[in-house]
Structures are given as C-alpha cells and as structure tokens.
Write a protein that binds this ligand. Sequence first.
Ligand SMILES: Nc1ncnc2c1ncn2[C@@H]1O[C@H](COP(=O)(O)OP(=O)(O)O)[C@@H](O)[C@H]1O
Ligand SMILES: [Mg+2]
Length: 239
Amino acid sequence: MNNPASPSQKTVISIINVAKSYSRSGQKVSVLSGLNFTATSAQTIAITGPSGSGKSTMLGLLAGLDQPDQGTITMDGLDITLMPQADLAAFRARTIGIVFQQFHLLQTLTALENVSLPLEIAGTKGGILSMKAAEAEALARLEAVGLGSRASHLPSQLSGGECQRVAIARALVVKPKILLADEPSGNLDTKTGERVTDLIFDLVRKDGTTLILVTHNEDLAKRCDHRYQLRDGQLHRAP
Ligand SMILES: Nc1ncnc2c1ncn2[C@@H]1O[C@H](COP(=O)(O)OP(=O)(O)O)[C@@H](O)[C@H]1O
Ligand SMILES: [Mg+2]
C-alpha cells in the first residue's frame, strides 16, 4: 500500500512484505503477514487497530528492536533487517526517536540526565559533542516541552504528563528523522493526553520529523496526514 506522496518527498520508511509470528505454548501465532507500508519525510501517520492486532509489534520492528520472519524494512534508506546489532543500535540512536505509553524514563536519573542520554550515546562517543554541549542541548529540549524549571527533578517527583513530556524531549533531542509513538497518551487523563499530543505535533512539524502515531483515539488519529487500521496482520486505509 502506498501513500500518495509527491515525487519530491523522500521515502523514509518502507516495509515490504513483512511477516512476524510468535510462538505461544508451542503454537505459531501469526501477527503480521504480507505487511506493506511507506512513509515520506515529515508525514504524520496514525495507526489504529484492535488490542492485540500487532501495532506495538509493528513499531518494534520499525525500531529494529525485533526482527521480522521475512520481508524488508528500510529506514532512512538502509535495510535494518540486514544490519549487524552494533550498527543498528548506533543507527537507531541517531535516526529513530521512540515514545512509549509507559514513559520508560530511567528512575535514578534527573529529567535533564534522561534527556541528555541519547546525545551522549549518539554524539559524545565520537567526540562530536562535548558533555557540556550535550547538557545545553538537552536543557533547550526540556525548555521546549515546558519543563526547563524541572531539570533537576527525578521522574518520581514529576506527574505522568510531565514524565511523558520528558520522554518526548528525550526522543527528539537528537533531532531524529523518525518518531515512533506507541499510545503516548494512553496512560494520561484526557486533557493531559491532549496537551502531550499537541506537543508531539508541534515539535514534529517544526523539525520535519516523520511521525508514526499508534493510538486508540480517533480524534488524535484524524489529526495525522494519513490513517491506517491494522487488522488481520495488514494495514488498511482508514477513512
Ligand atoms: N514477545 C511476544 N511473545 C509472544 N507473543 C507476543 C509477543 N509480543 C506480542 N505478542 C502477541 O502478538 C499479538 C500482537 O501484540 P501487540 O503487537 O502488542 O498488539 P497491539 O499493540 O496492537 O495491542 C498479541 O496477540 C500478543 O499477545
Ligand atoms: Mg500495543
């Protein structure tokens, strides 16, 4: 299935004929089969679908956190299914931001340290970025999500909405080409969820990031350029 994209737009995600199954008590359970999908730069795409339909599985494959049984997944021009683990980790750190429903912040690190971490992994290793510059960049991102004054707080000292804003700052601090968001407002009350989602849209539009947003919320899905429903292992265009 192809998105209607103008030829000038660059394809940043391509899934070709991907299958993924899990084995459960000795039985093979097919989750994705013959999955095809493309996304171009700066597109926002919503994925909806029943619980258990494979939305998180699809995002896990896109993030290179899991391997498909068959098929090709190309992210920013590189086939991640062929990449050695070490290269994949470095590629992911530079190219893909991920926001989870459960925030997944490191509890013993402050907000600022959580946001600095991806820069340290992606940048300072090669001496590209000094620690000081990484910290300044991370603070700027925390300010962009409205949490500049909470930089020294631990996640346990922040509300759910604030934790998710830290997670968003962390996901976007390296200016990745792609942001994968797995029900980012799923653990938040409606109002806080809306604010967090507004923030995601603001930031990806500013940076031209491609957004894949998994959500149960039809109103949020409608805010994306394109909508798909995951059903029976495949993506179907949603109205
Ligand atoms: N690591 C795993 N091992 C076995 N089964 C799994 C695993 N991860 C997911 N599944 C199964 O795959 C199906 C799709 O799961 P998931 O991708 O989490 O769906 P969704 O995010 O749409 O709710 C479910 O039936 C789930 O139980
Ligand atoms: Mg899920």
